[in-house]
Design a protein around this ligand. Structure first.
Ligand SMILES: Cc1ncc(COP(=O)(O)O)c(C=O)c1O
Length: 390
């Protein structure tokens, strides 16, 4: 399989642009978008029949055949290493994390343990639940950029107390892009009887995922980032013993009818992002999924080495903590604060037609490079030069 710019026509991206930001909102392949259009046309032939009989149906309806939602869930479950009965579709990772947080019975003084790498939108959700319940949010500082997995586990374990209700940890962090040792973190928390939610927003399509082996109480992830599904497509796997107490943020007909039935219907929505998730998986497989992940990882690691060399900045993260995205420190002249990161991001786009994520951390501006099948070393070279020119 040949990767790089030659594959760009498989996505609808502007060929003039250098797109190094697959991670932020994903890019839907042409083939998957076409499958979604075909499905939408099929739905409109007989919308009520499709949505109320084929897609989802009330318990006790005439047919016992699996609904289309359940058939798609089974395909996604096989891809991510979960049981289909433990997996439900949600709009996005934010919806899944909100469902868990807002289902929990939290008493004043209970504690949520999070890390300083948590995604900003989820930090807002945790703070909101703490504010309305009287719970406390403890933020664990993870070792970074030199990030020893053993120290990561120790830091979380030592933050646990008798009041810890839930630990939330990233599998791949949003800004730093660090791959955290989530299976070990889950083991350490379970040894203390503490529940764990893993935010795997960036993982399906980027790492070889085995949700069951991780063993978290809740594993929430997007399919619309690296797994090539249309937006809004995400899933949540909940351990069987937790399912009765987790409810969607929107309560509807399925309440008290069982976990999957409850999440499969939360009002009328466009179901095509979930039903086309298997098309995204098949697209990944058509590119040779193992070779694709290998190529993307090697390109991300090349970006880390090449850009730090070009910019004269340190490379402290170990390759083993990197998936298909990497965050690289820019030169000090770029600035130190969030406003400098926003300025860099926009100058790269509007002056150089380069789309890349930029953020401030530890008093410096970093760019997070996403490496995807359509990228190659020339894109990394262009980024290196453009940052030097800003
Ligand atoms: C680590 C992480 N968690 C959660 C999210 C939120 O994803 P969504 O906007 O699909 O809910 C993101 C978005 O980029 C993310 O990077």
């Amino acid at each position: 399989m040949t990767f790089g710019r030659v594959l760009l026509p498989l996505w609808p991206l502007d060929p003039e642009a250098t797109y190094l930001n697959h991670g932020t909102v994903g890019v839907v392949p042409v083939r998957v978008a076409e499958a979604q259009q075909v499905l939408r046309a099929r739905i409109e032939l007989h919308p009520a029949r499709f949505i109320l009989r084929d897609l989802w149906r009330f318990t006790g309806a005439a047919s016992d055949d699996p609904t289309l939602m359940r058939q798609a869930a089974a395909e996604v479950a096989a891809f991510v290493g979960a049981r289909a009965d433990d997996l439900v579709f949600i709009d996005n990772t934010s919806a899944g994390v909100n469902a868990v947080l807002r289902s929990m019975r939290v008493e004043p003084g209970d504690e949520f343990v999070i890390t300083d790498h948590i995604y900003g939108g989820l930090l807002t959700a945790v703070n909101y639940v703490a504010r309305t319940s009287g719970a406390v949010v403890r933020v664990v500082e993870m070792p970074y950029p030199a990030c020893d997995p053993i120290v990561c586990v120790e830091r979380i374990a030592s933050a646990l107390t008798d009041r810890t209700t839930l630990v939330i940890v990233d599998h791949i962090a949003a800004e730093s892009a660090v791959v955290f040792p989530v299976a070990d973190i889950v083991r350490a928390c379970h040894a203390r009887g503490v529940q764990v939610l893993v935010d795997g927003a960036h993982v399906p399509g980027q790492l070889d995922l085995d949700v069951s082996a991780i063993g978290a109480d809740y594993y929430v992830a997007n399919l619309h980032k690296w797994a090539m599904a249309p937006r809004s497509s995400a899933f949540m796997v909940v351990a069987p013993e937790r399912q009765a107490s987790v409810h969607p943020a929107v309560i509807s007909w399925g309440l008290d009818s069982g976990f999957t039935q409850e999440f499969d219907w939360v009002g009328t929505r466009d179901p095509t992002p979930w039903l086309c998730a298997p098309d995204g998986i098949r697209f990944l497989e058509s590119l040779d999924y193992d070779a694709l992940r290998q190529y993307n990882h090697e390109l991300a690691w090349h970006a880390a080495q090449y850009l730090t060399d070009q910019w004269g900045t340190p490379l402290e993260i170990d390759e083993s903590m990197v998936g298909c995205m990497v965050s690289v420190m820019t030169p000090e002249s770029v600035g130190t604060a969030k406003a400098d990161a926003v300025r860099l991001r926009d100058r790269l786009l509007f002056e150089h037609n380069i789309e890349v994520q930029a953020h401030a951390r530890s008093g410096r501006v970093w760019v997070r490079v996403s490496a995807q099948a359509y990228n190659d070393r020339d894109d990394i070279r262009k980024l290196g030069q453009a940052v030097k020119a800003t």
